[in-house]
Design a protein around this ligand. Structure first.
Ligand code: NAP
Length: 285
């Protein structure tokens, strides 16, 4: 396999961030604002929030981190979201997951104004996504489609299999691939003959969370393989795909790290600028 068949999400994300920075400078005026809510002190969530804050600073997005105690009631968290919904300097709001057990992630997602919902989890944005309308959609799937288009991967007419049906990756990715005219199949833990199904895929996307789960036998020769999984193992970060086994037979593959991971933050910035654009459009009308 040639080196160009390894799809570098890292390099593409850098390009996306550069374009975002240019766009913010070009439009001028009040900079885009992103509010990130973090409840409790989960170490992994703190790392992700710090990465988001840093990425915002580099492109000219004003970020605010709202740190709340693990013991906050759902009602008080919803009041905090209301305050941010009404703040005109805040274009995008996200609540870092996971949330403590006494707080419903669905209720929180529904409380954020759809026009500020940069994670794309509000039911209105989910509906817009499936109806083929404009809206704010989850960052990782949006980034995956953008990377495939940027890499000239043929999506129209392709047979695509997604392994994993989460609300944040598998389901929105299915909707986005349908929009691009792929024939989409979403597999999960109850799928019979998963290996045989995956072997029919021109585009195979793994979002399972089990290190090196996808082996050589799952791959149609020449297929595009997108590895969303990130698991911490004794040997460092591992994807869902056994890269060493799969890379020699597939047509294109994303590595872990440096594949899908960097796209998620880049497209969070992109969603924030999109939400900011809504403000600019409405304020000039
Ligand atoms: P998730 O909520 O963790 O769910 C995992 C999915 O995998 C479920 O739909 C589950 O099926 C399915 N699954 C589990 N075992 C399976 C098996 N043996 N055969 C077939 N399907 C199986 O999913 P997620 O939140 O999308 O996360 C998946 C992975 O992606 C994780 O490693 C996560 O860290 C990573 N991730 C990475 C990024 C990024 O930026 N790179 C972003 C988001 C997530 P059931 O529904 O039947 O249980």
């Amino acid at each position: 396999m040639t080196e160009s068949s390894v799809l570098s999400g890292r390099a593409f994300a850098k390009e996306v961030r550069r374009n975002i920075k240019d766009e913010i400078l070009r439009v001028g005026g009040r900079p885009p604002g992103l509010a990130v809510i973090i409840v409790g002190d989960d170490p992994a969530s703190s790392v992700y929030v710090a990465m988001k804050e840093k990425a915002c600073g580099k492109v000219g997005i004003e970020s605010t981190v709202v740190r709340l105690k693990e013991s906050i009631s759902q009602e008080n968290l919803l009041q905090e979201i209301d305050r941010l919904n009404e703040d005109p300097s805040v274009d995008g709001i996200l609540c870092q997951l996971p949330l403590p057990g006494h707080i419903s992630a669905d209720t929180v997602a529904s409380a954020i104004l759809p026009d500020k919902d940069v994670d794309g989890l509000h039911p209105e944005n989910v509906g817009r996504l499936w109806r083929g309308e404009e809206g704010l959609f989850p960052c990782t799937p949006v980034g995956i489609i953008a990377l495939m288009k940027h890499s000239d991967i043929a999506i129209d007419g392709a047979d695509a299999v997604i392994v994993g049906r989460s609300n944040i990756v598998g389901k929105p990715l299915a909707a986005l691939l349908l929009r691009e005219n792929a024939t989409v199949c979403v597999a999960h833990s109850h799928t019979s003959d998963l290996e045989g199904l995956c072997r029919k895929a021109d585009i195979l996307i793994a979002a399972v969370g089990r290190p090196h789960f996808i082996k050589r036998g799952f791959i149609k020769p020449g297929a595009t393989v997108i590895d969303v999984g990130i698991s911490r193992t004794e040997d460092g970060l591992a994807g869902d795909v056994d890269f060493d086994e799969v890379a020699p037979i597939c047509g294109a593959i994303t590595p872990v790290p440096g594949g899908v991971g960097p796209l998620t933050i880049a497209f969070l910035l992109s969603n924030t600028v999109k939400a900011w654009g809504t403000y600019h459009t409405s304020s000039t009308c």
